[in-house]
Structure formats: structure tokens, C-alpha cells
Design a protein around this ligand. Structure first.
Ligand SMILES: *[C@@H]1O[C@H](CO)[C@@H](O)[C@H](O)[C@H]1NC(C)=O
Ligand SMILES: *[C@@H]1O[C@H](CO)[C@@H](O)[C@H](O)[C@H]1NC(C)=O
Ligand SMILES: *[C@@H]1O[C@H](CO)[C@@H](O)[C@H](O)[C@H]1NC(C)=O
Ligand SMILES: *[C@@H]1O[C@H](CO)[C@@H](O)[C@H](O)[C@H]1NC(C)=O
Ligand SMILES: *[C@@H]1O[C@H](CO)[C@@H](O)[C@H](O)[C@H]1NC(C)=O
Ligand SMILES: *[C@@H]1O[C@H](CO)[C@@H](O)[C@H](O)[C@H]1NC(C)=O
Ligand SMILES: CC(=O)N[C@H]1CO[C@H](CO)[C@@H](O)[C@@H]1O
Length: 800
């Protein structure tokens, strides 16, 4: 701003007109394009004033102390002001250590400085005077103490608020002002902003503009943006300058550039695509290595939108195979084209004498090997092999194998199982040529003596290892009826001896037989007494018989075909005593057997009907039969008693021992004699036959009847006044019968009713007439009858 102002002052200088308080009116020597200027100065030298009072004086009357801003003005003032020995204060002083125009409050610029030689020169001299019309250093400035008193120079301003627009400074001229436009604005009132050329939108980018005075006007600014992967080449911001030009040329959008890729190895292969430009945004490079080398790092890198590669360039290093060492018992020689045990290395392998190489003789380190990238597995040096030995049957091999099984210098020893012996040298060794020093012998079974079968026997042998050899087992089988004497088995031991030297067959033995009582044995013994096939026959004494087969034979199992029977006495039939008898027997050889004798005894009342003795003969028959015991007979009873009955029972037979007869009489008769008789043991009846007599009724009452009017008419079919007798009564004269008309003698010997009396109609007369005799008699008779009845029956008292 000051710069601009300074320029304006420089251009205006020659056109200034100056007035003074002394009415010195200076007509400008030139008229200007800026119009009429009217800048008025006023000065006063009397009284002299201090700097502060000088300023107060100016400010009270005019605008302010003079502000000198260029050399032209200085020269003019020097010329126009009258000479004053104390010179003149000007409107500049030190404020806070800085020389400042007090009117405009602007610092003194170096261009505007007008110091006399050697000035300013004192720290305490804060105000400035001007040497007007001085001989030396005329019109120059000097610092002075502010309380010194000097002439006063003032000025009057023409500018007022609103004289110019907002974009201009109002510049005093003589009696007038002029609008001094701020940069970027145009006259006359400086309200129009300068215009710049319109900017065009960049390729691969866009534009953002902003201006407070309109697009592309002064002070408008534009910002450039570029698409992803592009960057602004040049200033990002452009501003329209007061000169009407942009402060910078318009930038371009430049694709982001990545640094050129530097190869890390001459084995590295690269393939790149550059869709936009070389090594720039979106460029893609793929890496690989030559054969035998391997990539370490990313195989692809891309130039990103910020111009950076996404990955560093990878490196190629030679492929290394695993280090290998020569096999045991071998040597190795390697040739390396690049590095030890690396791609291109080749190793050849050999074995020491006596060993053969198993596997490849040469191993190459390749890029695609299978085992640790070698072309093959590491070979081994194997000892020379002999044939595989196997132990013969019944033997076992124990080998020492310093170089592996059945290999060079292996030594094997044969050990035969127990009972076996090797048929040759038991040791062999694998030679350096791969052959055994000798064959492995066989293990042969130990031999025992030859066995032959004994008489009555045969041998069957199992020979697992040959006839009559170790562990042969022979079993003796004896013919039927023979048994081995002791063990039947023998076995050939591992020492060549039989466990049992002699085998024999002996006949089977049956138990010793002895003859039973009453018998004798006779035997035939082809193989010894009571042995297999011995036969024995039993003979019994007379009257005795064997109770089974009399012959027996010793079987092959050692048992008799049957037991020797006993000799039993000949048996007669079993006798039993007849009824009512008992037998008593003597049995020297058993009941009812040969020579048994039996005698019959009959019970009392019985007697045998034959010979009572019999004997069992040797033929088994009784000398005679046993008789019967018959009951003794009593005399035959033919008839029962007259008017009676006989009831006989006969336990044995009719009218014999124990027969019993009950005897009785018919109704109305009574027994005279014993009511029963028995037939006793001696055949006699126990008593004589009784008789039956008719029952008698009482007839003593008859005597009383002779003096009574009763009539009595009796009939006696079985005897006088006995069972069945009937008596009828009747009364004579005027007498009536008082009672039954008829009496009947019952079978029990009682009358059927009481004896009647003579009737009562005449009773008193009768009584008086004939006395009490008849009546007393009748009462007596009835009393007698009743007494009899009472005696016989106990309840019959109807006549009492
Ligand atoms: C003062 O200046 C203005 C414009 O600069 C002009 O229009 C005017 O006439 C001048 N006045 C005088 C008295 O010269
Ligand atoms: C003059 O300017 C200074 C700084 O530039 C400021 O501090 C001071 O207040 C100003 N004085 C007046 C009267 O404007
Ligand atoms: C120009 O623009 C800047 C920033 O936009 C602003 O600070 C400045 O005051 C402006 N100048 C003018 C003269 O308008
Ligand atoms: C860059 O590559 C991306 C992905 O391939 C694609 O989308 C984009 O359009 C490319 N940009 C340019 C400028 O070619
Ligand atoms: C004979 O006696 C038997 C037995 O004592 C008896 O049962 C039977 O009735 C009697 N006979 C006569 C006619 O009395
Ligand atoms: C019959 O005899 C009974 C007694 O002996 C006597 O009581 C009764 O009076 C007699 N009757 C007549 C009619 O006499
Ligand atoms: C004496 C008397 O009169 N007797 C008689 C008994 O009864 C019989 C028959 O009833 C007669 O013939 C008797 O004359």
C-alpha cells in the first residue's frame, strides 16, 4: 500500500501547488490530468513553539503539522518558507522508538528519509526539525529535543469522508484532492475491479473459482483440482492481480509419476504395462526370475495414485539346495557353478571298497528337484549283501551284523533245538564277495534204538522227526484180553534213550474163583489161572442145583462172564398150614428144601384127615400132601322143640365144633331148659334140648265165684286157664254186671281185663242182703290180678 502510495506521490509531485498563511499563492507551473490541485500550507514563526504546542496550534487552525512525503515537497517548502534561525518543526517524531508521520500515523520509510549528515544522532531527541534555507544541509532533517521552540508549518486537507470510493486513497492536492485508486481498481472513483482473462478447465482436472468482485475480476482466486492419479503441475491457486493478469500461468494436470524401477539383479525379469505413461499412475510391472533363481518379495508392483510403487522391486537369489554330506562309508565330490549346494551344483557320490552305492551316483541341484531340490535322494553306501539265511527246521540262527543283516562280515551260528544236532559245522560268515563261508547245516533229530512189538501186542509210533528219533512216541496196543505190563507208552528222549525200554502184553486177570458150598469147580486156563479166556464149570452135590449158569469165562475186560452160582438145595413147593392147623418144619438146607421135614398140628376142636408128617426129597417133591384140619362133629339135631324154634349157626360145618343153636318157644309158650347149646371141642353138645310149655293165667279167683250171682262160662283150648282160655260172665237175677263180660288169657299169662262185679242198682240190697262178702271177693280178685300185673309189667293197675 505504501509502495503504491509512494508511486502515486512520485507521479503527482510536479503538479503540486502550495499556499501559505502568508497568502503566498503558488500557481502550479503545470496543469495535470488529475485536475486542479489546491494544497495549502500555513506557517508561523512568532512566537516559536515546542513541538507539541506547534502541533496543537496546527490542529486547532488547520488540519495538522505538515507531513512531508517526498523530495519535491521538501524542495518546495525549503524554497517557499522564510528563513528562521530556529528552523521549523515538521510532523514527524519518534513514537515507541520508530520515526512516525503523526498526521497519517505512518512509519518513516527509508526512501522518504531526508536526514542531514550524521543525523539522527541522539536517543533523547525525539522530534524532527527541517533546516530551511540553511547553508549546510539545507532542507535536510535533524532530530531535536521536542521542548525546543521553533517555527510552525501546518497544512489544510481537502479530502473528506466519501470523497473517494472504498478502493481508493484520497490524496491532497492544492485546494483539492484526487482519488488515488488502490491496485486492481479503475478510475475515476475506483469502483470497478480489474478483469483477468478467463481460465479454462484443465484436462484430467477441474477448477474452483471465487471472487468477491465477480468472476475473473481482481482478487478473485481459482483453485485447480486434478483427477485421481494426476497432480497439479504448478501453483494450485491462481489469483487475479491488480495488473489484470493471473499471478501464475495456469497449471496442468500431470499424471502421477512413479520413480523408474531400478533392477535389483540381472536375473530379474520384468514385464510392464503402462496404460497412461511410462512408470506412471496405473502402470503395472510383473517380476520373475531366471531359472535357478527365486524371487523374494512381491512379484507385482503397481504405480498408485500417489506416484508410489505398491511394492519394492523384488530380488532374485540363486536357489539353494540343502547342504548335503557324503553318506557313511562314502565320498562326495561337488562342482558348484554359482554357489555351494546351489542351482547348478552337481555332486558325485562314491562308496568305499566293500560297499555298494544304493541310489543315484550323481545329485544335481535343480530348480525343481524333489528332495530338498536335489535331483534325487541322497544315496547310501550299503555293505555287500550275502544271501538271506534262514534257520533250518529245529534250529535257530544267531548272527552278529556289524554292517547290517546278512552283510559283509556278518557271522551266524546255528543252535539246534533240544533233541537235535547239526550235521555239519555250525558257524558261517559273510565274505567280502557276498558269499557265505559255508552252508548252514541241518538240525537232525537224535536217534533212539529200534523197537519191536512184544507177543500179543503191536506198536504204533508217531515219528515227528523220523523213525525212532527224538520225540518219537510209541504206544503199545495189546491184543484183546491182554494189557500192557506197566506203561504202554515210550518216548525217545533228547539224549537218544527210550523212556521205557521194555513193553510187554500180559493176559487180563480175572478174580480168583472158589467153589461154593455143596459144589466144586473145574477150570481150563489157556493163558494162566483165572486169566483171559479161562473157563470154569461148577458141579453141585446131590440134592443141590446151581442157581444160575454153571459155566463162566474170563472176558477180555477181566471180568467173569457171570458170577459163579451157588449150589442151592433142591426146592420143594412151599407148604402152608391148612385152616385151623399149623406146620412145624426142620430145614437143614433152607425152608421147604431138600431134606426139610414138616409136621402138621391141628387146632383144638379140629383133627387132621390124614398123615400129619411129610419130607422134601432130593427131587423136590414132598413125600405126601399136607392133610386138612376138620372140625369135630356133634350129634345131628333134627327138629326144634314142640311149640318152639331152633336157630343154629355153623362156623365150620353142620353141627360140628363151634356150631351154636338158639332155642325158643312160640307165643303163649315158655321155654323149659337152656335157651342155647354149643358143640364143644370134644364133639358133645353143651346141654340137652329144652321143651316149650303153655302160659298159665291166675285162676284162684274161681273159689270166690261159687257164692256170687256171676256166671262163669270158660273154654280152654290149650289147657285150664292158660294161653287162649276165654271166660264169659253173666249175672243172674236182678243183678247187673259192673265190668267186662269176657276175660281172655293173653300169651303173657294175664287176663285181658278185671273180673266184673255185680251191678250197683241192687248194690245196697245186695250188700245188705248178701253181706259184704261178694263185693270184697271181687275187689280181692281184681287186686290179685292187679298185683300180678304190677309184678310182671309194673304199670298195669287198672283194677286197683
Ligand atoms: C476538485 O477536483 C475535482 C475532481 O478531481 C474536480 O471535479 C473539481 O472541479 C475540482 N475543484 C476545483 C476548485 O478545482
Ligand atoms: C498510529 O499507529 C500505531 C501503530 O501503527 C498505533 O498504535 C497508534 O494508535 C496510531 N495512532 C493513531 C492516533 O491513530
Ligand atoms: C483480496 O482478497 C483477499 C482474500 O480474499 C482479501 O483479504 C483482501 O482484502 C482483498 N483485497 C481487496 C482489495 O479486496
Ligand atoms: C486405473 O486403473 C483402475 C483399475 O484398473 C481403473 O479403474 C482406472 O480407470 C484407471 N485409471 C486411469 C486414469 O486409467
Ligand atoms: C336165627 O339167628 C340169627 C342170628 O342169631 C338171626 O339173625 C335169625 O333171625 C334167627 N332166625 C329165627 C327164625 O329166629
Ligand atoms: C260198679 O262198681 C264200682 C266199683 O266197684 C262202683 O264204684 C260202681 O258204683 C258200681 N256201679 C254200679 C251201677 O253199681
Ligand atoms: C252151663 C252153660 O250154660 N253152658 C253153656 C256154655 O256155652 C256153651 C256155648 O256157648 C253152651 O253150649 C253151654 O250150654
Amino acid at each position: 500500500e505504501y509502495y503504491s502510495s509512494n508511486i502515486a506521490w512520485g507521479s503527482l509531485y510536479r503538479f503540486l501547488l502550495v499556499f501559505t498563511c502568508l497568502s503566498i499563492y503558488m500557481t502550479p507551473d503545470l496543469s495535470t490530468a488529475g485536475g486542479v490541485n489546491a494544497w495549502m500550507y500555513h506557517h508561523s514563526i512568532d512566537p516559536p513553539r515546542t513541538w507539541s504546542s506547534a502541533r496543537t496550534w496546527c490542529q486547532q487552525r488547520y488540519t495538522d503539522m505538515v507531513a512531508i512525503q517526498n523530495q519535491g515537497e521538501i524542495a518546495y517548502l525549503n524554497q517557499m518558507l522564510p528563513s528562521n534561525p530556529s528552523y521549523y518543526w515538521i510532523g514527524i517524531r519518534k513514537v515507541a522508538g520508530v520515526w512516525t508521520w503523526v498526521g497519517t500515523n505512518r512509519s518513516l520509510t527509508p526512501e522518504a528519509q531526508n536526514w542531514a549528515v550524521g543525523e539522527p544522532n541522539h536517543p533523547l531527541e525525539d522530534c524532527v526539525e527541517m533546516y530551511v534555507k540553511r547553508e549546510k544541509d539545507t532542507a535536510k532533517w535533524n532530530d531535536e529535543r521536542c521542548n525546543k521552540k521553533k517555527g510552525t508549518v501546518c497544512y489544510t486537507a481537502s479530502c473528506s469522508e466519501g470523497s473517494c470510493g472504498n478502493h481508493a486513497d484520497c490524496v491532497e492536492t492544492i485546494g483539492n484532492f484526487t482519488c488515488q485508486c488502490h491496485p486492481g481498481f479503475l478510475s475515476p472513483r475506483c469502483e470497478e475491479a480489474v478483469t483477468c482473462d478467463a481460465l479454462s478447465v484443465p484436462q484430467h482436472g477441474r477448477l474452483q473459482c471465487h471472487g468477491s468482485y465477480g468472476p475473473s475480476r481482481f482478487n478473485s482466486s481459482c483453485r485447480f483440482h486434478c483427477d485421481l492419479g494426476y497432480s497439479v503441475e504448478g501453483p494450485e491457486w491462481l489469483q487475479c492481480q491488480a495488473s489484470g493478469r493471473w499471478d501464475h500461468p495456469a497449471p496442468r494436470c500431470q499424471v502421477e509419476q512413479c520413480a523408474a524401477l531400478k533392477p535389483t539383479s540381472d536375473r530379474l525379469l520384468r514385464t510392464c504395462l503402462h496404460p497412461i505413461a511410462n512408470d506412471s499412475f496405473n502402470s503395472t510391472c510383473a517380476f520373475s526370475c531366471e531359472e535357478g533363481f527365486e524371487l523374494s518379495g512381491q512379484s507385482v508392483t503397481i504405480c498408485d495414485h500417489a506416484g508410489r510403487w505398491t511394492a519394492e522391486v523384488p530380488t532374485c537369489s540363486v536357489i539353494a539346495c540343502a547342504p548335503i554330506s557324503p553318506p557313511a562309508m562314502g565320498n562326495m565330490t561337488c562342482v558348484d557353478s554359482l554357489a555351494p549346494f546351489s542351482f547348478g551344483s552337481s555332486c558325485s557320490l562314491t562308496c568305499l571298497e566293500g560297499y555298494t552305492l544304493a541310489g543315484s551316483h550323481t545329485l544335481a541341484c535343480s530348480a525343481s528337484g524333489q528332495w530338498s531340490r536335489w535331483s534325487g535322494q541322497l544315496p547310501v553306501c550299503q555293505a555287500v549283501q550275502c544271501s538271506v539265511l534262514s534257520a533250518p527246521p529245529h534250529g535257530s540262527l544267531s548272527c552278529s551284523n556289524p554292517n547290517g543283516e546278512f552283510s559283509f562280515s556278518s557271522r551266524c551260528a546255528l543252535t539246534c533245538d533240544e533233541g537235535f544236532l547239526p550235521n555239519g559245522t555250525a558257524h558261517t560268515e559273510c565274505s567280502s564277495l557276498g558269499s557265505w563261508s559255508q552252508e548252514v547245516p541241518r538240525c537232525l533229530a537224535v536217534q533212539c534204538s529200534v523197537l519191536s512189538a512184544p507177543p500179543h501186542g503191536s506198536l504204533s509210533c508217531s515219528n515227528p522227526h523220523g523213525e525212532f528219533s527224538f520225540s518219537s512216541r510209541c504206544a503199545l496196543t495189546c491184543d484183546e484180553g491182554f494189557l500192557p505190563n506197566g506203561t504202554a507208552h515210550t518216548e525217545c528222549s533228547s539224549l537218544g534213550s527210550w523212556s521205557q525200554e521194555v513193553l510187554l502184553c500180559l493176559a487180563v486177570q480175572c478174580s480168583v474163583l472158589s467153589a461154593p458150598p455143596h459144589g466144586s469147580l473145574s477150570c481150563s486156563n489157556p493163558h494162566g489161572e483165572f486169566s483171559f479166556s479161562s473157563r470154569c464149570a461148577l458141579t453141585c452135590d446131590e440134592g443141590f442145583l446151581p442157581n444160575g449158569t454153571a459155566h463162566t469165562e474170563c472176558s477180555s475186560l477181566g471180568s467173569w462172564s457171570q458170577e459163579v452160582p451157588r449150589c442151592l438145595a433142591v426146592q420143594c413147593s412151599v407148604l402152608s398150614a391148612p385152616p385151623h392147623g399149623s406146620l412145624s418144619c426142620s430145614n437143614p438146607h433152607g425152608e421147604f428144601s431138600f431134606s426139610s421135614r414138616c409136621a402138621l398140628t391141628c387146632d383144638e376142636g379140629f383133627q387132621p384127615n390124614g398123615t400129619a408128617h411129610t419130607e422134601c426129597s432130593s427131587l423136590g417133591s414132598w413125600s405126601q400132601e399136607v392133610p386138612l384140619c376138620l372140625a369135630r362133629s356133634c350129634p345131628l339135631l333134627v327138629t326144634a322143640p314142640h311149640h318152639g324154634w331152633m336157630n343154629c349157626s355153623h362156623p365150620h360145618s353142620s353141627f360140628s365144633y363151634a356150631s351154636h343153636c338158639d332155642l325158643g318157644c312160640s307165643e303163649g309158650f315158655r321155654l323149659s331148659g337152656t335157651p342155647s347149646i354149643n358143640c364143644n371141642t370134644s364133639g358133645d353138645w353143651s346141654g340137652v334140648m329144652p321143651t316149650c310149655k303153655v302160659v298159665q293165667c291166675e285162676a284162684s279167683w274161681l273159689a270166690g265165684l261159687t257164692a256170687s250171682p256171676l256166671s262163669l262160662n270158660c273154654s280152654h283150648p290149650r289147657g285150664n286157664f292158660s294161653f287162649g282160655s276165654r271166660c264169659r260172665f253173666a249175672c243172674a237175677g236182678a243183678y247187673s254186671l259192673n265190668g267186662t263180660e269176657e276175660l281172655l288169657c293173653s300169651s303173657s299169662g294175664r287176663w285181658s281185663d278185671c273180673v266184673p262185679e255185680v251191678g250197683t242198682p241192687l248194690w245196697s240190697a245186695v250188700l245188705m242182703y248178701s253181706g259184704a262178702g261178694a263185693a270184697s271177693l271181687a275187689v280181692l280178685l281184681c287186686a290179685v290180678g292187679a298185683g300180678l300185673l304190677v309184678a310182671k309189667q309194673g304199670t298195669h293197675n287198672e283194677c286197683v
